[in-house]
Design a protein around this ligand. Structure first.
Ligand code: NDP
Length: 330
């Protein structure tokens, strides 16, 4: 194939990484075994950091951006996949060490792909994307830990109106958990209630430094904010409870104490989606297929052309995106 196509490529500008559109050819793609025609990608916080250069995401340059893809296999040198297979890819270093999904084609390793779940269209799979699949990993981790029980106590979701937060609320509510949403945007309360949140906290109250052991409130939590917010969430978790932490939208520091852990046996569960095992991925996608209401997914999703990526990247890093954004790469 000699076709050229438009791609979002991160490259050094005045020594700093920055995303810009560039025409590239299929021949420029890495020599991996499976060529995929990409139907859609998506916008995650990490994509925003990569394109704006506000985070050092691309570890080598030039780097094609885009963490996630859904698409159709065009060519395969692997027995695992054949032309026509519909596939999804989340993470595996795309846009960091491996060329990513912001363009019409990509060559990938066979083991990075999973089948597109029957429950979802290509667009819906990217409406979920890494953010939504990470929410499912977090809920899986909390249930595996075993201290949250549907209908008993409250489960906290921070960064509630963002991508991880929105999907986490919908997944938890579908299983019967009482969900408290922490947001800095009171105008999203109706939206968050429509996803299943029944209580709200102002994120500013969690962002202030608090005592090392506070009133016990959460049986569990999904945290995409980090920093003081995560420290307070841990300090407010009930004896034996757990918080699944996946993000750093509020900061990468953890300015807390060991007291919740050693005096209340509170657990901090780390969740990494990029190198999750195939088993963890299949379990998370099975949860999404079972529990994520399509109407709720639709209500949290907007579709944008790839040409809008520079503006969208600024918006997500500034916390202005609500829910999830699908990127049409055509
Ligand atoms: P979004 O931007 O969609 O959501 C983040 C939300 O966090 C915002 O909507 C906002 O919620 C809140 N927020 C933003 N800035 C601040 C701040 N300064 N202080 C407190 N809250 C803030 O991003 P995603 O949902 O895509 O990702 C969320 C985080 O999770 C990111 O840090 C991302 O890197 C991480 N992540 C990690 C993964 C992993 O594998 N570990 C995978 C996916 C994401 P509100 O307006 O409601 O307050």
């Amino acid at each position: 194939m000699t076709e050229t196509f438009r791609a979002m490529v991160i490259d050094a500008v005045d020594g700093k990484p920055k995303g810009a559109f560039r025409d590239i050819s299929v021949a420029d793609l890495p020599d991996h075994d499976v060529l995929v025609e990409i139907a859609c990608s998506t916008l995650n916080y990490k994509d925003g950091l990569a394109i704006t250069g506000k985070g050092r995401i691309a570890r080598r340059m030039p780097m094609m951006g885009g963490v996630d893809l859904s698409g159709t296999v065009l060519e395969s040198r692997s027995p695992e996949w054949k032309p026509g297979d519909k596939v999804v890819l989340n993470g595996w270093g795309l846009s960091e060490t491996e060329w990513g999904a912001y363009g019409r084609y990509q060559r990938v390793k066979p083991e990075w792909l999973i089948p597109l779940p029957d429950a979802f269209s290509m667009e819906q799979a990217m409406a979920i994307g890494t953010a939504g699949y990470t929410s499912a990993l977090c809920v899986d981790a909390l249930e595996k830990w075993g201290t949250i029980k549907p209908g008993e106590g409250e489960v906290l979701v921070t960064g509630a109106a963002g991508g991880v937060g929105s999907v986490a609320i919908a997944l938890l509510a579908a299983r019967g958990y009482n969900v408290t949403a922490s947001t800095g945007r009171p105008e999203t309360h109706d939206y968050l209630a429509s996803l299943g949140a029944t209580n709200f906290v102002d994120r500013a109250t969690l962002a202030e430094k608090g005592g090392p052991l506070q009133k016990e409130r959460w049986t569990g939590g999904v945290d995409s904010v980090g920093s003081t917010t995560l420290v307070n969430a841990l300090a407010q978790t009930v004896r034996g409870g757990a918080i699944a932490a996946c993000g750093l939208a509020g900061g990468a520091d953890l300015p807390g104490t060991v007291l919740p852990h050693i005096l209340r046996a509170v657990t901090l569960i780390g969740v990494d989606s990029v190198f999750a095992t195939r088993e963890q991925r299949m379990s998370a996608w099975a949860r999404l297929a079972r529990d994520l209401d399509k109407a709720k997914l639709g209500s949290m999703t907007t579709v944008e052309p790839m040409s809008n990526l520079p503006r969208l990247a600024e918006d997500i890093v500034a916390g202005r995106i609500r829910g999830r954004v699908v990127i049409d790469v055509m």
